[in-house]
Design a protein around this ligand. Structure first.
Ligand SMILES: Nc1ncnc2c1ncn2[C@@H]1O[C@H](COP(=O)(O)OP(=O)(O)OP(=O)(O)O)[C@@H](O)[C@H]1O
Ligand SMILES: [Mg+2]
Length: 455
């Protein structure tokens, strides 16, 4: 059963809450001010903290802030008198789950407690239940839980069997190569080779012979005939990564190879046919390069017949936990799955992932290296994630507040309609959210949770 800590300097409230919560089977601990609560939080594990706002010497807001930093996995509910609703709103911004106005109705209190506990649990459940994630959210090797990534996968499914050249765009580490591989493996070419080539990694002088091959004596050092990557990938797919770094003079030759499916080896006289599908990726905006003249316009149009753009990880927070899960299972090799703290889950979901999925993969590897007794805790995480979390502990994953996922599901539709209605009511109240909440017959806290952008 969940364990709840109550902090209030009013002994009547303490004993009342104690009685109510005990009668529902919760385990309860009492603290007569913030300082006592902090000590208990340090030495024991709790699922939920219910705290009064006005207390001496450590008040509720201070306790809230410290709890969010020290034990981010503990949900916090604030107790407040009607007169201090604005402080309560402030508390929500600091990361409190909700507030309960005093005097409270027992039903309402229990309902809020239950919601808070469910919410905390939902955070941790996303990481357990291995098989469930596996069956639902994979497309090939691609983890796709978010709407953005599901769209990418649908696009892959649709265009993979076609003959067209495909351009994959996205920030570093978003999964461009993985998508290119999927395009290959869902095509009729899947039995033939998939060859990735990083155009930026090849010196300009070598790139032509690498791609098209050379004949013996074509240049100093060309002692034998050499097959190029176009030939090696025959019947399959060639993934031209960082295509933006292809030298200008080679771009027309590449265009010919794509358009006419014909190539000529360096130093060779004959053109010959090769059937290769080109998938390209760029880490720079090719349109800008076309405008400043460093990338041929005709090649650009040829390459980007179809473009698949992968959104950065921060725009698809729903993918974070399934991806973490995926990377853990890749490493576990049948050994026992580690347990991940709720605190770790919150931190992972709040991070902005500038290095995208690759960075998440590195973080998981770090955790698996440094975890103790099969447990991944806050202390196991790289410091940068903790620092970032401490700087912005109140930021909650948009995935869990329903901000994303504007798909076709009825739920998504109803949520969008609800938002529209709530915004209308706020407008008709001249922007006064307290009045709007009264009019709507919901609490201000509920209004803010439904419209987090209005906070
Ligand atoms: N949706 C996903 N599901 C599972 N694994 C993923 C996903 N996206 C990325 N990865 C993994 O993350 C790592 C980085 O992906 P990848 O190399 O495809 O990114 P990239 O966009 O090509 O990066 P860069 O621009 O740096 O070359 C790889 O190990 C890849 O398998
Ligand atoms: Mg890559």
């Amino acid at each position: 059963m969940a364990k709840i800590l109550i902090a209030d300097d009013d002994p009547t409230i303490l004993s009342l809450l104690n009685k109510i919560l005990l009668s529902k089977g919760y385990e309860v601990q009492l603290a007569e001010h913030g300082g006592v609560a902090e000590k208990l939080l340090k030495s024991e594990q709790f699922d939920l903290l219910i705290s009064d706002i006005k207390m001496e010497p450590v008040d509720g807001m201070q306790l809230l802030r410290n709890t969010r930093q020290m034990r981010p996995s503990v949900g916090v509910i604030m107790l407040t008198a009607y007169a201090t609703v604005s402080t309560a709103v402030e508390a929500m911004k600091e990361g409190a789950f909700d507030y309960i106005p005093k005097p409270f109705k027992i039903d309402e209190l229990l309902e809020t407690v239950k919601r808070a506990l469910d919410y905390q649990r939902s955070l941790s459940e996303q990481i357990s239940g291995d098989a469930h994630i596996e069956s639902k959210k994979y497309f090939g090797n691609i983890v796709a839980e978010s709407e953005g990534m599901v769209n990418v996968c649908e696009m892959v499914k649709r265009v993979a069997p076609t003959k067209t050249t495909i351009m994959v765009t996205g920030d570093s580490g978003t999964g461009k190569e993985l998508v290119a591989e999927a395009l290959h493996s869902f095509s009729a070419r899947s039995e033939a080779p998939f060859l990735p080539v990083n155009c930026a990694a090849l010196p300009e002088t070598l790139i032509e012979s690498e791609l098209f091959g050379h004949v013996k004596g074509a240049f100093t050092g060309a002692t034998v005939n050499k097959e190029g990557l176009f030939e090696a990938a025959r019947g399959g797919s060639l993934f031209l990564d960082e295509i933006n770094s292809i030298p200008h003079q080679l771009q027309s030759k590449l265009l010919r190879a794509i358009q006419n499916k014909k190539i000529r080896k360096v130093g060779g006289t004959e053109e010959f046919e090769v059937d290769v599908r080109i998938i390209a990726a760029s880490n720079q905006d090719l349109e800008t390069l076309v405008k400043n003249g460093s990338f041929r316009e005709d090649l650009f149009y040829r390459l980007s017949v179809i473009t698949i753009d992968i959104p950065p990880l921060k725009q698809r927070p729903e993918d974070v936990l399934p991806l973490a899960q995926h990377f853990i299972s890749l490493e576990m090799d049948g050994s026992e799955f580690p347990v991940m703290d709720n605190a770790v889950l919150s931190i992972l979901q709040n991070y902005t992932w500038p290095g995208n999925v690759r960075e998440l993969q590195n973080v998981i590897q770090h955790c698996l290296t440094f975890m103790k007794d099969g447990k991944i805790t806050k202390e196991t995480l790289p410091t940068k994630l903790i620092v970032s979390y401490e700087e912005n502990p109140g930021a909650q994953s948009a995935a869990l507040t329903g901000e994303f996922g504007k798909g076709k599901s009825l739920k998504a539709f109803l949520r969008a309609k609800e938002k529209e209605y709530l915004k209308n009511v706020i407008n008709t109240m001249g922007g006064d959210k307290v009045k709007a909440a009264q009019e709507l017959d919901i609490s201000l806290a509920t209004l803010y949770r439904k419209l987090p952008e209005e906070k």
